[in-house]
Design a protein around this ligand. Structure first.
Ligand SMILES: Nc1ncnc2c1ncn2[C@@H]1O[C@H](COP(=O)(O)OP(=O)(O)OP(=O)(O)O)[C@@H](O)[C@H]1O
Ligand SMILES: [Mg+2]
Length: 272
């Protein structure tokens, strides 16, 4: 039983059509010829919809294992936006991540040069910055400076920047036409019912180690799951995870409508 619970708790990756489309777009960006004005992307969607998993899955696939005597490369560099729009903090964090000794008291320009030269050495071809919506914590003028810094890093390295965040980020990027024309907005929407959603449920069933096959894709169960998760993939994964564990513990081994109604579950919009 412990093994099966562990398996349920472990992260699985499910490829779904929208993720595949976005992956294809990321792939295009990664091999885009180096030009002065590199195209960039803003991947946005509600919290827990699956943005970080998607981009991480993409980044991890691009890591090549290198021989010991080969110079290490990092095709996709991924970092988190600082808690406010502060380019100095961003560069320090990136340098920390890359274990590059640096003087935090150095100017933003000097730190940016250090970071850019390091990323060049690592042959980085894409710079990903997650949680970009953090920047709305700063005044509009600070936000503009921060975005301009990202743009100038993209120009300097001639690599695409992929910013990832919620709709707040989308709104912040829309204000400045120089930014919105450079960062193509790509949405990762919530799920709605349809063939793709039923297929997603069937994939979850296959990945869940229960002895009986749950019929999650029947009309009433699918509708219930959509209501409980409010279309958020992270919430859906959590409902199924908790249901599967409840079923294993109860020895019934099959997720049904009764399992779902028996869960102590508050839909995300009603929390707090
Ligand atoms: N492709 C996938 N396959 C399986 N599960 C997934 C997938 N994508 C997301 N999930 C589930 O959804 C959860 C939330 O995903 P993720 O952290 O990527 O959301 P997010 O959109 O980045 O949220 P936030 O805006 O809060 O950072 C994951 O922990 C995982 O359980
Ligand atoms: Mg995230």
């Amino acid at each position: 039983m412990a093994d099966r619970v562990n398996k349920i708790n472990s992260q699985i990756w499910i490829g779904y059509p929208r993720a595949q489309q976005i992956n294809a777009r990321l792939e295009d960006l990664l091999v885009h010829p180096q030009v002065a004005r590199m195209p960039c992307m803003l991947l946005y969607g509600d919290s827990n919809v699956g943005k970080t998993r998607l981009i991480r899955h993409f980044a991890v696939k691009k890591v090549r294992s290198t021989d010991e005597d080969e110079t290490p490369t990092l095709p996709v560099f991924m970092t988190l936006a600082p808690s406010k729009p502060d380019e100095h903090e961003l560069y320090c964090e990136c340098l920390r991540q890359l274990n590059s000794p640096h003087r935090p008291s150095a100017s933003a320009g000097a730190l940016r040069d250090q970071l850019c030269s390091l990323l060049k050495d690592l042959q980085t071809r894409m710079f990903v910055i997650d949680e970009i919506h953090n920047m709305v914590a700063g005044a509009p003028v600070k936000q503009r400076i921060f975005l301009a810094a990202l743009k100038s890093m993209s120009n300097k390295l001639q690599i695409p920047i992929v910013a990832v965040g919620t709709t707040d980020a989308f709104n912040a990027f829309s204000i400045d036409s120089q930014i919105s024309s450079r960062f193509e907005p790509v949405a990762l929407p919530r799920w709605t019912d349809g063939v793709d959603f039923r297929r997603l449920l069937a994939t979850f069933v296959k990945a869940t180690p229960l002895r009986e096959r749950s019929l999650l894709s029947s009309d009433d169960v699918a509708a219930k799951l959509l209501k409980m998760s409010e279309g958020l993939l992270g919430e859906l994964a959590e409902v199924i995870r908790r249901s599967a564990i409840a079923e294993i513990k109860a020895g019934r081994e099959c997720i049904t409508m009764e399992t779902l109604t028996g869960l102590d579950w508050t839909p995300p919009s009603e929390r707090r």
